[in-house]
Design a protein. Structure first.
Lengths: 336, 324
């Protein structure tokens, strides 16, 4: 294995340099009726062996962060800021340059396997392509490795099934095929966009187990995007809470769940039904609905729904302030 | 125990598979395969299970939106499946449904006022325009929609608001039973909580009965008095909420609850998890014996040989397992 480059943390300790650094990432979409800012100044780092969760509701911009990093932003989208992978800038890089990284050092698991696997190609051809294109393996070698990977994601009878088409697999199996495809080249960085949202809960449990074991073996850096706080609690080391394209709060997993500080994080947790809370009372809700992101954002994006809103919140956008223990929050009323 | 509002007896819904142009294998999908339960007035029964367990088909079959193969649905003492066209139409005033996809269940060319008024116009053709308007506005206020919005169209509303429109439409005739088919699955967490609270409020205020169909056991816990667990068209367990969640008895119920990731990292790390192996078997060829035997961690030869009956346990719940 290559030696990992080191850098100093804010306290001067030597830590592994981040494999992925995102700085002031903005993603704008040009629509018929104007420009929508989906991601608004998001910054974070991920290191090898670390699982970062990004949690948010629809329209929070969580998936668009991954799409921008993968160079998959839709044609009407424009990205600005910086995304570096192993120190090299990859934001807005040419497809040729990205293709050297995508599928070899960096890969992605999508929410819906049926729309991300090619329905016209046998699974063996889709899997083998990863290795023949990126690692110069022969087709025979590639298929052998692909069968091995399918066995690792526990597809029964993998040697026979690999010659089937995606529609011949069940939903859980297809998701496992996608995981196998994403991990086949042993990526250093893995993005997972709602990897288990389309699955039944017992199958989700299998896939989450599998995913955590495989990424631990690879010592990969992982970014998981989800709306499910349970998946975050289960999988992640650190979490970023997103609302209206901006980071509301960032913290180590236990810190966030023990004491969420941002009013939005607090609201999100209180609104999530649990298996151990009091059912005699209503769930706490967040009034209103996520707003459409139109035009320039003035003030905190959460202000219209925030019960603790003061006048300042509607005119001045709070900066993400970093505090002790890796905690950060963007709110005029709370200290990180 | 009060008289049952709805009594479902050994209901079966089988879908024959055509051979088709491409020469499919034929066969029968036993989507619902002998389900029985009672629902009391003012009670919410949560119906849970994974995809293909038959929970939505069951809800639709009870309303006669899907043809039933065998069995009985007794509604207010009447044989509901035997009702002729006119009596069925009359009985349906009291039976409503809320769908999973809030936008798709609203006609895009109708104003929401017209959508909510539709059941009234159908069932009370003598009502004047002013009276209809008044009742629509009342229904809108009841579900938390501003009555001024009645001239707008569905696409102008968010998912949560569309679900409120669907609920107002279901409520306007003051039905006795609403079948809620995954009513919050398409909604964001913060909106989901609003809709769960709304359904709880309406149920308590109006004494409605709900059949609440969902794959989400945490949501079901917040709204149901009793819970029924389905697997491949059969009931695995049915019992009161507290007892069920405190001590699920059927191995499938245990696995379902254990599979839910808890929004609590410390509890997540500490808990022992039962992870089921494999996927759901095909409903065309369900396993012999107990349907759950191919994935059950405690299955024995007996389970492969004979199907366990749904039998009563000490605390009044029913469980279909040889070993629970």
């Amino acid at each position: 294995m290559l030696s990992t480059p080191m850098s100093a943390d804010p306290l001067g300790r030597q830590v592994a340099a981040p494999i992925l650094s995102v700085r002031e990432l903005c993603v704008d979409f040009k629509l018929e009726h104007g420009i929508v800012r989906a991601v608004d100044g998001v910054s974070f780092d991920v290191r090898r062996g670390e699982v970062l969760g990004i949690v948010g509701e629809s329209g929070s911009g969580k998936s668009q962060i991954l799409m921008a990093a993968m160079g998959l932003t839709a044609v009407n989208g424009k990205c600005s800021g910086s995304v570096t992978f192993e120190g090299r800038e990859i934001l807005n890089a040419s497809p040729e340059k990205l293709d050297k990284i995508r599928g070899s050092s960096m890969s992605m698991i999508f929410q819906d396997p049926m729309t991300s696997l090619n329905p016209y190609m046998r699974v063996q051809d889709q899997l083998a392509e990863v290795l023949t294109a990126h690692q110069g393996k022969s087709r025979k070698e590639a298929i052998d490795l692909a069968v091995e990977m399918l066995e690792r994601v526990r597809i029964p009878d993998a040697a026979r099934r690999i010659s089937l088409y995606p529609h011949e697999f069940s939903g859980g199996m297809r998701q496992r095929v996608m995981i196998a495809m994403a991990l086949l080249c042993r990526p250093a960085l893995l993005f997972a966009d709602e990897p288990t949202t389309a699955l039944d809960v017992t199958v989700q449990a299998q896939i989450l187990d599998l995913l955590s074991n495989l990424v631990r073996d690879l010592n990969a850096a992982v970014v998981i995007v989800t709306h499910d706080l349970g998946v975050i609690a289960r999988m992640c080391d650190r979490v970023m809470v997103l609302y209206g394209g901006r980071v509301m709060e960032e913290a180590a997993i236990d810190d966030l769940f023990e004491a969420p500080r941002h009013p939005y994080s607090q609201g999100l947790m209180a609104a999530t039904p649990r298996l151990d809370d009091d059912v005699a009372h209503d769930l706490r809700t967040i009034p209103g609905a996520p707003r459409a992101l139109m035009g320039k954002i003035g003030g905190c994006p959460f202000a219209p729904r925030c019960e603790r809103r003061v006048e300042r919140c509607t005119v001045e956008t709070p900066a993400l302030l970093r505090g002790a223990g890796g905690r950060a929050a963007a709110c005029h009323l709370v200290m990180p | 125990m009060s008289e049952a509002l709805l009594s479902v007896k050994d209901l079966k819904v089988h879908f024959p598979l055509g051979k088709g142009l491409l020469g499919g294998a034929g066969g029968v999908v036993k989507a619902v395969d002998g389900i029985s339960f009672d629902l009391r007035p003012g009670e919410t029964l949560g119906i849970v299970g994974e995809s293909g367990c038959g929970k939505s088909t069951l809800g639709r079959a009870i309303l006669r939106l899907t043809r039933t193969t065998e069995g009985q649905v007794v509604w207010l003492g009447q044989d509901f499946l035997g009702l002729d066209k006119n009596s069925l139409r009359e009985a349906r005033r009291d039976l409503q449904i809320i769908f999973q996809d809030p936008l798709a269940s609203l006609d895009p060319r109708m104003t929401i006022g017209a959508i909510i008024a539709r059941p009234l116009k159908t069932f009370c053709p003598d009502l004047g325009k002013a009276e209809i308007d008044k009742r629509v506005k009342e229904a809108m206020a009841q579900v938390g929609l501003a009555p001024e919005m009645m001239r707008r169209y569905p696409h102008e509303f968010s998912g949560g608001q569309c679900q409120r429109i669907g609920i107002a439409r279901a409520m306007i005739l003051r039905p006795k039973l609403i079948v809620c088919d995954e009513p919050v699955s398409a909604l964001d967490v913060s909106i989901q909580a609003q809709i769960i609270n709304l359904l709880r409020k309406l149920q308590a205020e109006l004494g409605l009965s709900l059949l609440f169909i969902s794959h989400n056991l945490s949501v079901v816990r917040h709204i149901s008095h009793r819970v029924m667990v389905l697997y491949l068209g059969k009931v695995m367990e049915i019992g009161a909420r507290e007892a069920f969640y405190a001590n699920p008895m059927h191995p499938y119920s245990k696995a379902l609850i254990s599979a839910i990731p808890l929004p609590d990292p410390k509890a997540e790390r500490a808990r022992e998890r039962i992870t089921l192996q494999g996927d759901l078997p095909s409903p065309i060829k369900p396993p012999e014996g107990c349907r759950f035997c191919t994935r059950c961690p405690i299955a024995t030869d007996l389970c492969h040989a004979s199907e366990p009956p749904l039998s009563p346990r000490a605390d009044g719940r029913l469980v279909a397992c040889h070993h629970a």
